[in-house]
Design a binder for this molecule. Sequence first.
Ligand SMILES: Cc1ncc(COP(=O)(O)O)c(C=O)c1O
Length: 476
Amino acid sequence: MNPEEFRKAAHELVDWIVDHQARIPELPVQSQVRPGDVAAQLPREAPVTPEAFPAVLGDLDRIVVPGITHTQHPRYFGWFPANATLSSVLGDIAASGLSALGITWQSAPALTEVEEVVVEWLRELTGLPSSWRGVIQDSASTSCLVSLLAARERATGYSETRGGLQAEPAPLIVYTTEHAHSSVVKAVALAGFGKDNLRVVETDPWTRAMVPEALARAIAADVAAGHRPTAVVATLGSTGTTAMDPIAEIVPIAAGHGVWVHVDAAMAGSALLLPEMRWMIDGIEGVDSLSWNPHKWLGTVFDCALLYVADPEHLVRVMSSNPSYLRSTVDGEVTQYRDWGIPLGRRFRALKLWFQLRLDGVQAIQDRLRRDLANARWLAEEVGSTPEWRLLAPVDLQTVCLRHEPADITDPGALDAHTLAWADEVNSSGAALVTPSTLDGRWFVRVSIGAESTSQGDVAAVWKILRATAEGLGRG
Ligand SMILES: Cc1ncc(COP(=O)(O)O)c(C=O)c1O
């Protein structure tokens, strides 16, 4: 493709994106394709000669769009918001157009320095300590892994430079709760702690937040057994019910044993842009690392995760690499972000955030977050005041956990079947998307509000749909 062909195609693609976005409200929220449907429409071999761009664009409409579950749909209430503001999409396109190589400061000074500035803007906007430094990672999963690697190395006096974990005299222990994201369990395994050395700390039966006294007891038992408490992963806004672990109470317990505290605020981090939500990070000064995902509720097109650390030296000591071909005369004066994470080569993700914050402004983002919080409170009140409907968790954020409990369905297994049946009927209708999930071994439904286009009217509409579907099925 030559530059003039690119110019023409790119204009057509931008027009296509705008038209596609306008059409989303009429499309089914959940993709209706069956496994294999998409692949079956693609040729088995790559084309040998060039195809015309309209043919490719036509296939986007015909093959790809039906194979997408539309997280940008106003009736998308599934998993967590995965917003993609058009301002950040522009930044993503600009990043691709620039095609900068982020392997060292020298290879693209702007890539590093725009990132430093934008990450600092967001630190300030979210009320995190002024001495902290941040970096953009691909995901909250990677951020947790990187934090646990740093915790492991701090606890062992940098064992990686000797015999590694295999030479350690005592097992290193990590603490979290059953409501932590699955990526925490994965990171514990990948960082070499071993799943046997992950302690699942008791939670409050209503808030699902970590019980600090239970953490203290678990740490004391490990110390008595000769183990080494190493890290606590606390969650703000758990995936199931948006539970909030009490940071202010966890920090002093951890500090007494030199335990690293990582806070996974993948979802809740966006809410920190609202001063009235900063209660979530009471005690943050004693935390070692915190990550959150602008690619969720904030609306920075996937992927964009922020990792903040109290002391980046821990990352650098564990992950720095300095081969001769990457050295330059300014190395002592600049940040080498390759030393703050796993990959060498990094994308110019900061441009997405830079475009979004500049083109939309903080005020509009804050207004949208407040709108979603108010919509969640409205729905929670509706659920709480409607007979045979039950709220299963506090609504501190934008997710409402609910269950339809008809009086005539008393058997727990039958209630599970009813919940799964009505949720499936809603989702397969394409009219809205909600997520069934389990709590204490029983199914319930999460209504996660926060798509950029979701208005109060859409929330009222989904409530009507849920009631009509569940109560209809409940009557048999
Ligand atoms: C609380 C929490 N932590 C971590 C993750 C994983 O995020 P990522 O896909 O960025 O790894 C999620 C995803 O929804 C989450 O809800």
